[in-house]
Design a protein. Structure first.
Length: 395
């Protein structure tokens, strides 16, 4: 992907800005996890019903992100990124003032559209403005904001929701988003355009069954996690008796584990290879998630369980991306974009399954159900390894 004009020297604040943007995007996307209980109580919805807001967001992201990125390919990148934040800000306002569940769902769709535009385009901008020798480090810095949102954004949103009401969590997202519209317009170079990914390129990747089989392991692995993660706040409230502080603390522990998992995953994939790494991580998830169905346990034990769950859960991405890049060849950018959409497909399916489990067996059963889904993810991995996708080449 190359700029049509000579790329200007990158602003030294551009990468921190893009990372901050991903932090706000991640917080706005997953704050639902932390506010589920007070939101459900206010809207007179069960945890299973309220949790479907994450399902709606995830499905919308998975559908809209590849389409919007392809359709906006000829628009200047600065305009696209600023427009993404405008959509995200409108979504936060609509969610904060929502008087019914339909308005909340519309807000989630708008948020998914903004996030689905910003994150992949931000990565493309960062990759294009820096030389290849610096590209991996720069991309890691850009995506660090998404990981950091798990550490700080979701717990802070949860604390605010339990302290002042769930609507204030969305007002906070709006307050963080508005300055980013102006900063993006000031810091992203004007006139920055790239060779666009077309709908034809996207369709070509989607039509390759073996490629999609490998890509969708991202969905099956993360889907097993979201069977439990979507409903962890009401689960902790009902089994451990936790309120605002306890739930916020466990979400913080989970976020720290996610950061550690990102680091550990790269190390394991380099040392052991993606096949052994991904198999081991599936086995870890199969072992740890059913423990949440055995709550209550001691606070110390719960902290250890939550940390190891996040550590092994978020360590998979490096190995999975290494796997996809190895066989994707020239189509790697398109395949990785579809892989990003698979994250949200997994979250949507996982939260939907969790809702069904709660309706049929109660919230305590989500841990066992998540462990069973991790078994299916392992079978998916083994099947996709047995029938690996062949390297793809540009037509």
């Amino acid at each position: 992907m190359q700029s049509s004009d000579m790329a200007p020297a990158p602003d030294r604040l551009l990468i921190p800005l893009l990372s901050l943007g991903n932090f706000v995007i991640g917080m706005g996307a997953f704050v639902i996890v932390g506010v589920l209980e007070p939101l459900g109580a206010d809207m007179q919805r069960s945890a299973a019903s309220a949790g479907q807001l994450l399902t709606v967001y995830s499905i919308a992201y998975a559908i809209l992100s590849p389409l919007l990125v392809a359709l906006s390919g000829r628009v200047g990148r600065r305009r696209v990124l600023a427009s993404a934040f405008v959509l995200f800000a409108l979504a936060a306002v609509l969610s904060a003032v929502a008087t019914n569940f339909a308005m909340l769902n519309i807000g989630r769709v708008l948020a998914a559209a903004g996030a689905g535009l910003f994150t992949p385009v931000a990565a493309a901008v960062a990759a294009a403005l820096y030389p290849e020798a610096q590209r991996a480090r720069v991309l890691a810095s850009v995506f660090f904001g998404l990981t950091l949102s798990q550490v700080l954004g979701v717990p802070v949103g949860s604390w605010i929701a339990y302290s002042f009401g769930w609507r204030w969590a969305f007002w906070l997202v709006l307050a963080l988003t508005l300055p980013l519209i102006w900063l993006t317009w000031r810091r992203v170079p004007a006139g920055l355009r790239f060779q666009p990914v077309s709908l034809t390129d996207l369709g070509h990747v989607l039509s390759q069954g073996r490629v999609m089989l490998a890509v969708m392991f991202t969905g099956s692995f993360l889907g097993s996690i979201y069977v439990l993660y979507t409903y962890v706040a009401p689960l902790l409230s009902g089994t451990m008796g936790y309120g605002r502080d306890g739930i916020t603390a466990i979400l913080l522990v989970f976020g720290l584990g996610a950061v550690g998992g990102n680091i550990l995953g790269g190390f394991l994939a380099d040392k052991l290879g993606w096949k052994i790494t991904l198999t081991a991580l599936c086995l870890c998830q199969m072992s740890v998630m059913p423990l949440f169905s055995l709550l209550p346990v001691s606070d110390i034990a719960l902290v250890a369980i939550a940390f190891f769950w996040a550590l092994s859960g978020w360590a998979f991405m490096a190995g999975q991306q290494m796997r996809l890049i190895n066989f994707a060849g020239a189509q790697a950018p398109v395949v990785l974009a579809v892989n990003a959409a698979a994250i949200y497909i997994g979250a949507a399916i996982g939260s939907a399954i969790g809702g069904l489990v709660i309706a049929g067996f109660g919230i305590a059963a989500t841990g066992f159900a998540a462990g069973c889904c991790a078994c299916l993810a392992l079978l998916h991995l083994w099947f996709s390894v047995r029938y690996p996708p062949r390297p793809q080449h540009s037509p």
